[in-house]
Design a binder for this molecule. Structure first.
Ligand code: NAD
Length: 303
């Protein structure tokens, strides 16, 4: 089996001083990429900051024979996110791979949520993903090549108690991933997302007995594959954890159709409408629209 290599390529991994980002950075560095290890080194809720987590990861990559540099800029503002990309272009001359991973948690149920808490979570996760991608975009477009791997979450896809801000940010990252995949296609930029599960400081109190089997290093190979030149996938989301990887899809049931639609007809057809048994995977807006166009053409003589 030939090894996937990234020699000559440059990667930025945000939030790479700890947890999942650290593992992504170590693996990309081990496969030959020059890695910008970005991390402002704050607490789980985003407070404070120190360079040492990023410095330790850089030291580890270098000790293994790789190339890496520290960046301690904050992902959450357009100006500082631009400086992260500038670290890559000024130090190594290009940027091939951007892994948007940095994140914080400020969980609070709706009754207690403050604007400041929700704002900071949206700024770091959703803002951070958008601002670093925006800064990377002209570089990748100019190269005609780029790989962006974003980080969403089960909370964003399914919801989770006490995580309104986090879920909003992570669901937003799904939308950003789909949209940038469409926009990037003409310039060789592929954009995907992972929905990870791993033991880190963010989850260590939540995983119970599973924690020992959810090492964060089991997620990094998916990031390496999505970052590889030979991977042709774009616009997808993968659930990853503990050695399992699965594609997350959006599906629609065949639904209800009548040009004489009434609430009563819906009531009577509700169970059939909701039955996922014949659901179809939908990958584009055009595919969804096509179903309606087909029904209108077939089902209504006046259409
Ligand atoms: P972690 O707290 O171990 O690592 C996150 C890192 O991001 C930290 O080192 C932190 O200093 C850094 N960071 C935070 N704000 C930053 C900012 N503004 N600029 C730059 N760096 C910043 O957590 P983790 O579990 O490794 O999380 C990594 C990503 O994976 C996050 O986006 C998280 O939401 C997501 N995620 C994790 C899990 C899981 O099971 N661990 C599940 C779903 C999603």
């Amino acid at each position: 089996m030939s090894e996937i290599r990234l020699d000559g390529q440059v990667a930025v991994v945000t939030g790479a001083g700890r947890g999942l980002g650290r593992e992504h950075a170590l693996l990309l560095g081990a496969r030959g990429a020059a890695v910008v290890v970005n991390d402002l080194g704050g607490a789980l809720d985003g407070a404070g900051g120190e360079a040492s987590p990023a410095e330790q990861v850089v030291a580890q990559i270098r000790a293994a024979g790789g190339t890496a540099t520290v960046d301690t800029n904050d992902v959450s503002t357009p100006e500082s996110a631009s400086r992260i990309v500038a670290t890559a272009t000024e130090t190594y001359g290009r940027l091939d791979i951007l892994v948007n991973n940095a994140g914080i948690l400020r969980d609070r149920s709706m009754a207690k949520l403050t604007p400041e808490e929700i704002g900071s979570v949206l700024d770091v996760h959703l803002g951070g993903t958008i601002w670093t991608s925006r800064a990377a975009w002209p570089v990748m477009t100019g190269q005609g090549y780029g790989r962006i791997i974003n980080t969403t979450s089960a909370a964003g896809l399914f919801g989770n108690f006490g995580q309104t801000g986090y879920a909003a940010a992570k669901a937003g990252i799904w939308g950003v991933t789909k949209t940038l995949a469409i926009e990037g296609a003409r310039n060789g930029i592929q954009v995907n997302a992972i929905e990870p599960g791993a033991r880190t400081r963010m989850t260590e109190n939540l995983l119970g007995d599973l924690a020992d089997r959810l090492d964060p290093s089991l997620v990094a190979p998916v990031v390496l594959w999505l970052a590889a030149r030979e991977c042709a996938t774009t616009g997808e989301v993968y659930n990853v954890g503990g050695g399992r990887v699965a594609r997350v899809v959006i599906a629609q049931t065949p639904g209800f159709f009548s040009r004489e639609i009434t609430a009563e007809a819906l009531r009577d057809g509700w169970d059939a409408l909701n039955d996922p048994g014949r659901a179809e995977v939908m990958t584009t807006f055009q595919q969804e629209m096509g179903v309606l166009v087909g029904l209108l053409a077939d089902g209504d003589p006046s259409a």
